[in-house]
Unconditional design. Structure first.
Length: 445
């Protein structure tokens, strides 16, 4: 994909459905009793992998553009797949389905592409084993052999790191466990806002579908923890679902419009779950003008329209350019585009405590640093992050490293650069956002 520099962005944008919520909508609808209509289901390859795996497990699914119809089989009505379940590039698919399959009465194998087979799975193997599951995985990586156990025991599990995927895996297994499953987050230093330190889409959807689930903030000697309690005998009842647009996808356009003079865009029906809006607060603090319009609740999720304009006096309101600590878990997917943002603001941007980026679809820290240097940016790499200074970017030939967020982030960087930029293997963006380049061309002037 070859991209030219842009003068400004202008227009209204309808984005595909939130990837995280779409995964959960498909899986929980399959575990519910009754038929569910899911609107604005994510169009990317990752969520298609979840649908394909569910169909292999005997779930009847019909697809009509971005509307999905799922005929639920109940919590234990899945059928043994005739082949290994191919999760493609989707870690969410693999980790969440591992929780579902741990409590079935048959054995399964979960695998994926070369990238997924390198990603760490010990983080789900350990808690599932505590619950009585038998999971075999060489070097704790996919393929995972899940030997089903329909008499799982509930567990109280303290997450070593904030992870919505691990938490969700345990909760999904907990739906087929005896008693009450409890998951606790790492301690939260600032508990005043009562915002979990990892995404809570699973908890909200479980509650919406009728599960007996509680969320609390509990004081411990190390600080407050976010506690989730789920009754194993919970019954899920099908209810139609509407998926908000993905704020992680919106972030690319927000950064572009916030940095290019004379830009004004409206992103419609964006998910504004408090565990996901840290990206908006960070960008605002560094000078971006972002207004929320028509905020409302849909299917337990907060949704609104975002108006983004280039502020004339684009000035930071923060005293430090360092982002780290607890907020990292809530902006982990947006860090590649934040790196690009850092090249456009005074004093640049430093990211720390983000070593999780090393084990994503690519080593995102290394990918960010390598590509920024090719574009003439002043950047320093750390084991857990990077420091990028305000830079005059130059067009270059860049590698996407087969990573959708790297491809999209550097496509936005190309808008700020002098000269043409070429992204190699840019079509990997289709993993989460097949429409990305089409929308970008429509609003770029």
């Amino acid at each position: 994909m070859k991209i030219q520099p842009a003068k400004f962005l202008r227009g209204k944008i309808n984005l595909p459905g939130d990837k995280s919520i779409s995964h959960r909508a498909a899986i929980l609808s399959a575990m519910a009793e009754g038929e569910t209509r899911i609107e604005n289901f994510a169009t990317g390859a990752d969520c298609a992998s979840t649908l394909d795996c569910l169909q292999s497990l005997g779930v009847e699914i019909k697809r009509k553009n971005s509307t999905i119809f799922v005929k639920g089989v109940g919590k234990t009505g899945f059928q043994k797949s005739k082949t290994a379940l191919d999760c493609g590039n989707s870690g969410t698919t693999l980790r969440l389905l591992a929780g579902v399959l741990a409590g079935q009465n048959f054995d399964s194998v979960l695998t994926g592409d070369e990238s997924l087979q390198k990603r760490p799975m010990r983080r789900i193997v350990e808690p599932l084993t505590e619950m009585g599951a038998n999971i075999q995985a060489e070097n704790n990586c996919a393929p995972l052999a899940v030997y089903g156990n329909n008499s799982l025991e509930s567990v109280t599990y303290q997450l070593p790191v904030a992870s919505a995927q691990v938490k969700s895996c345990i909760l999904l297994a907990g739906l087929n466990a005896k008693g009450k499953t409890e998951v606790r987050s790492p301690p939260i230093t600032n508990c005043e806002l009562r915002i979990p330190n990892s995404r809570n889409h699973t908890e909200l959807m479980l509650q919406y579908l009728g599960a007996a689930i509680e969320e609390n903030f509990v004081e411990t000697e190390n600080g407050f923890v976010h506690q989730v309690l789920l009754e194993g005998d919970s019954k899920l009842t099908a209810k139609n679902l509407q998926i908000p647009s993905d704020i992680s996808s919106a972030a690319f356009f927000i950064v572009a419009a916030a940095c290019l003079k004379n830009s004004e865009i409206v992103l419609q029906n964006v998910g504004l779950n408090p565990t996901r809006t840290a990206i908006i607060e960070v960008l605002r603090a560094f000078g971006a003008e972002i207004d929320v319009l028509h905020q409302r609740e849909i299917c337990n999720e907060t949704v609104g329209n975002l108006l983004v304009r280039r502020r004339e006096n684009f000035a930071s309101e923060v005293t430090s350019n360092i982002i780290g600590g607890e907020i990292i878990a809530n902006i982990i997917d947006e860090i590649p585009i934040l790196a690009i943002f850092g090249t456009q603001i005074e004093n640049g941007l430093e990211i720390r405590g983000a070593q999780e980026l090393r084990v994503k679809e690519s080593d995102r820290i290394a990918a960010i640093v390598e590509n920024l240097r090719k574009m003439n940016a002043d950047v320093e790499e750390f084991p857990d992050g990077f420091l990028v200074k305000k830079s005059n970017l130059k067009g270059a030939t860049l590698d996407s490293f087969g990573d959708h967020r790297i491809a999209m982030a550097f496509s936005i960087a190309a808008l700020f650069a002098m000269g043409e930029t070429e992204i190699i293997n840019a079509d990997c963006a289709s993993v989460s956002f097949p429409e990305f380049f089409q929308i970008l061309s429509q609003i770029t002037k």
